[in-house]
Design a protein around this ligand. Sequence first.
Ligand code: MG
Length: 383
Amino acid sequence: MKRIAVLGSTGSVGQQTLDVVRQFPHHFRVIGLAARQNATLLEEQAREFRAELICCERDDSYLNGRIRERSLRAQLATIEEIASHPDVDIVVVATGGKAGLAPTLAAIRAGKVVALANKEVLVMAGQIVTREAKINGAEIRPVDSEHSAIWQCLWGEDSKRVERLILTASGGAFRDKSLEDLVRATAEDALRHPTWNMGHRITVDSATLFNKGMETIEARWLFDVPFDKIEVLMHRESIIHSLIEFVDGSLKAQLGVPDMRLPIQCALTYPERMPASIPTRLDLSRMGSLNFGKPDLQRFPCLSLVMEAGRSGGTYPAVAAAADEVAVEHFLARRIGFMEIPRAVETSLAAHKPIKDPTLEEVLDADSWARSWAEDWIKAKAL
Ligand code: MG
């Protein structure tokens, strides 16, 4: 029986994690649940899974009330306390944005297995996080579908014999649009992802390919490979989730239906494989064909911007992520156009004074600097 904590339990990946847990009541027990908002859903989850420790950052008073009137049997704790609690074996980090940083580090310092779905943790502080994991004997398992694919391909292989990691990209909602279409694209258009069902920011980040750029940085830290060994391959069907190429030129890929519950299950049950928690199976005979191509960096400049930030390292990736988050918010609120998202990222990176081997504090400082810088830039544009 593995005891787990789910951070970000009311979000998209958090809910799908609980979906997986539901399928294996004899293998997993939920000890802690944490969320930023949606206290009523958190309460429901706490009741169903009999969680002992709960935390709702924006609405602890609601939960406190339910606990005091004895309608809910659980204890309030901070998200860091849940992440590092001695009763917890696996911490699923499904929070969004930089909110995942502190609890991930708390879990790592407590030597936990961390199932990591939050990209910013490695994008902002990959060096710090992987260094701490090594020191504390903590294990980081990928939940992102591409990284789970690479991880699965690496099982039983000698990582020194791997020549390249190839991350596949569906191309998002705008993969077939012209540059002129992209300039006029709206938030509604961007939120219609062709193959994956995800939260709002990541869906827009998929449409700009910013998300894929962040994934190259994630891969760099998760698998400890230099940037020149990481490539992005367009693959619209999202069936091949990623590949590795060996020194002899042989390729190995992982395929499956595009459903996040698969990589989540993989991270929870490793090193075992369990009967699938999802009913649909991939029927290749009905797929017909699979398509591949090179990413178009002119229509999707975010990809090269983030990869360049990753290559430069230091505080650059944190700046790119923060500026993008601000720009996406303004795009979703219809204050800027789609092609202004990469402009906001680009100008923030250009204005930034980087720190080479930053401390966590310096990373967070760079994050705040980029947020206010991007806000000001967007405000000045809107005037
Ligand atoms: Mg992904």
